[in-house]
Design a protein around this ligand. Structure first.
Ligand SMILES: [Zn+2]
Length: 310
């Protein structure tokens, strides 16, 4: 059995073919052109299906998407204005009616976590957190071998945990949120203002070279990051924290320092066996995770089929 996996991001739509073992092939991507709205994205999904299915027969379609997603009905509950007219889009219904195939949809950060659980850094780990660090902060909670999505599919909004009371204003309407201090855009802003560096890769090279000014910013960033994680570790008692998103390309430069710093902020029982690692699959995690979501929900019988199929 093979399925088509599609990842809808703000900038690109990635896609590929994934088998039941989580092996990804025929990987490619096209621009999302998010400003053109939700319907335009649906048309792009149709085109991806038309192209791939001309060569091969597939048993289903697994979709990973930005925004808050009802992962049972495959509907976008909420998406920000970066993708206009996307909120309310019944992706699974529309795509299954066009293709005749079963379709699942899950939030992209949840897919990152599932991809790492399937064949990546969190393989066989039943209690872990996944945090994606990019323009914003995304979070996924994996508890007792399953994704925890909360009462309204919105658990894991780690970026809006309060770090500094009444601190920097946040897009959520509050102030002092973790995201405003540890996202890559927050870090880049600080690096640009203080060191006149406009690319985080250059900044991390300076950190590696032990440049004093760069280290001051880096250590404060790691400290804030660890304070955010500390609350989560006390709440959920995981054995692993997986760091995803663009920043994960820095690998052990981040994970080793962050793990050490976090250990200093925890009581002994919470420190036990706790590791911090960067995501193994990086850009492919969402596609592999979407496929895991498809395969695991199809065995539970709640993959979405069109009325015609039922
Ligand atoms: Zn916020």
């Amino acid at each position: 059995m093979t399925i088509i996996a599609i990842d809808i991001g703000g900038t690109n739509i990635k896609f590929g073919v994934v088998n039941t073992k989580g092996v990804l092939s025929q990987k490619d991507s096209i621009p999302t052109e998010a400003h053109l709205g939700g319907l335009h994205i649906i048309k792009k999904i149709f085109a991806i299906y038309d192209n791939l299915s001309a060569q091969q027969v597939f048993s289903g379609i697994a979709i990973s998407s930005a925004g808050q997603i009802n992962n049972e009905t495959g509907t976008v509950i909420f998406a920000t204005d970066s993708i206009p007219y996307y909120t309310g889009t019944e992706i699974a219904t529309i795509v299954t009616e066009y293709t005749g195939l079963p379709v699942t949809v899950e939030n992209d950060v949840n897919c990152t976590a599932l991809g790492e659980y399937f064949t990546g850094a969190a393989k066989q780990v039943d209690h872990f957190l996944c945090i994606t660090v990019g323009t914003g902060i995304g979070g996924a909670l994996f508890v007792n071998g399953e994704l925890y999505t909360g009462s309204h599919y919105s658990a894991g909004e780690i970026g809006h945990i309060c770090l500094i009371p009444y601190g920097r204003p946040c897009t959520c309407g509050q102030a002092g949120c973790l995201e405003q201090y540890i996202s890559s855009s927050a870090l880049l802003k600080e690096v640009t203002e203080t060191l006149q560096i406009h690319d985080l890769r250059d900044f991390f090279q300076l950190v590696q070279a032990e440049n004093t000014a760069a280290l001051i910013i880096f250590n404060r960033w790691i400290d804030y990051f660890a304070i955010g994680l500390q609350s989560l570790v006390y709440t959920l008692n995981p054995t692993l924290i997986v760091i995803g998103g663009g920043i994960s390309a820095q690998g052990s430069l981040i994970s080793t320092v962050l793990e050490k710093k976090l250990q200093t902020k925890l009581m002994p029982n919470h420190r036990k066996n706790l590791r911090v690692q960067t995501a193994l699959h990086q850009n492919d995690a969402n596609l592999i995770g979407a496929a895991y979501h498809y395969y695991s929900t199809s065995t539970k019988g709640n993959v979405y089929y069109s009325k015609k199929e039922q």
